[in-house]
Design a protein around this ligand. Structure first.
Ligand code: NAD
Length: 386
């Protein structure tokens, strides 16, 4: 009896919702969380193929009169989609924290709220970036190939190659939002010095707490040198770091005073130490890939590990696939949040699937008194401010 106070079934909140009979189209299968909607009387159609539906297909589905659209980073959501949904589309629920595939200006013009799945993928993404840093610097991929291809002929002090330690090194964290801060917490255990850069959000309280933890480790004799953390300029972060880990949203020119599109280009890559490594789990276009391939080929930097690309999936002719740089360029398939609970848990406090469904329900079922600006997972609240 979930609602014992409602003896009259007509008054039962679930009955009211079911009377509305919302229709939803999901551009990908997000697992059992979809059943939470079906159990509430929603009619949900899920695109059955693993690849993204063509945009024309999404437009057709939206035009058919759906109330809600579940999308992910592969779907271009803009005025064409919102126009097709005129009069009936009420929400776009994005299964990702990044939403650069959604044209925010268009959503605002059409007054369509869109939601994202922030927070629940923070730790998974941060730890993946951390592991990529070690995988790259300790050359684990190259080392395993040596064993698998029967080229491990002897143990030797420095042949056929050596890697670099992560412990005690200096890391620059570009973007100190949710994932950047979670990444910093993981660096503490490796006694790293931490350079932070973020032009829009600086969490000095957090930095103070981390310094206190680093000081305690030093005071208790757990680490010889006292590690430190501080905010610095972008130039100082990039120039001084042994590792640079990128945690920014993709912001193109005109979308921000400090856009992130091609933040790493020939100029800024040229500023990095020749012994430094670059790790990117944010969005591909934050790095100019042609410039990065050149920087790796010409040894401007020691290596790069990427999870995201200017074009995904990574095209067969990408310069990043050049065999000459294979030993210093790790290429992951946009995989940083790809952990079981993170991706699929129907619990909105644990999984992207649960949070995506909750964001959709908040809008359609008029939670928070129907005030979109109070709904926690709606991104474009500015369009609804009175
Ligand atoms: P967030 O909004 O909490 O943090 C982003 C931070 O970047 C903010 O503090 C912002 O002020 C800062 N920033 C903006 N412009 C900047 C600039 N020019 N230079 C430096 N910092 C800048 O977002 P988050 O939850 O930490 O996620 C960050 C991004 O990571 C997402 O937007 C998404 O694109 C990406 N992401 C990728 C994966 C993956 O699977 N690879 C998973 C999750 C998130």
């Amino acid at each position: 009896m979930p609602f014992p106070a409602f003896e009259n079934q007509k008054e039962h909140p679930l009955t009211k919702i079911m009377e509305k009979h919302f229709r939803v189209f999901a551009t990908c299968d997000i697992g059992e969380a979809i059943n939470l909607l079906r159990e509430r009387g929603y009619e949900v159609e899920v695109y059955p193929h693993p690849e993204a539906p063509p945009k024309s297909f999404i437009i057709e589905k939206v035009r058919s009169g759906i109330d809600g659209l579940i999308t992910t980073l592969r779907d271009q959501i803009d005025a064409e989609i919102f126009e097709a949904g005129k009069g009936h589309l009420k929400v776009v629920a994005q299964y990702a924290v990044g939403f650069d595939n959604i044209n925010r200006g268009d959503a605002n013009r059409y007054k369509i709220p869109f939601t994202n799945t922030a927070d629940v993928l923070t730790e998974a993404t941060a730890e993946f970036a951390f592991f990529m840093m070690g995988e790259l610097a300790r050359r684990m991929w190259t080392a395993e190939h040596l064993t698998r291809e029967n080229n491990w002929g002897y143990w030797h002090p420095y042949l056929p190659f050596l890697g670099d330690e992560v412990t005690g090194k200096t890391v620059a964290v570009i973007g100190t939002g949710r994932i950047g801060l979670a990444f910093i917490k993981k660096c503490v255990g490796f006694d790293m010095n931490i350079l932070c850069y973020d032009p829009a959000y600086q969490n000095h309280e957090f930095v103070k707490s981390i310094q206190e933890m680093l000081d305690l480790r030093h005071a208790r004799g757990l680490v010889k040198e006292r590690p430190w953390i501080k905010y610095v300029s972008f130039e100082d972060a990039v120039r001084q770091a042994d590792f640079v880990s990128v945690h920014v949203p993709l912001l193109r020119k005109g979308e921000s005073d400090t856009p992130t599109y091609h933040l790493f280009n020939e100029h800024t890559l040229g500023d990095m130490k020749s012994t430094a490594y670059l790790i990117n789990t944010s969005r591909g276009p934050v790095i100019d890939e042609a410039a990065l391939a050149r920087a790796l080929r010409e040894n401007w930097i020691a290596g790069a590990a990427l999870d995201v690309y200017e074009k995904e999936p990574l095209p067969p002719d990408s310069p990043l696939r050049d065999p000459v740089i294979a030993d210093r360029c790790r290429l992951m398939p946009h995989f940083a949040s790809a952990a079981r609970i993170t991706r699929l848990s129907p619990d909105p406090d644990r999984g992207m699937a649960g949070r995506c469904v909750q964001g959709l329900r908040d809008v359609l079922e008029g939670h928070c008194g129907g005030d979109v600006t109070k709904m926690p997972y709606v991104v474009n609240k500015e369009a609804f401010a009175r």
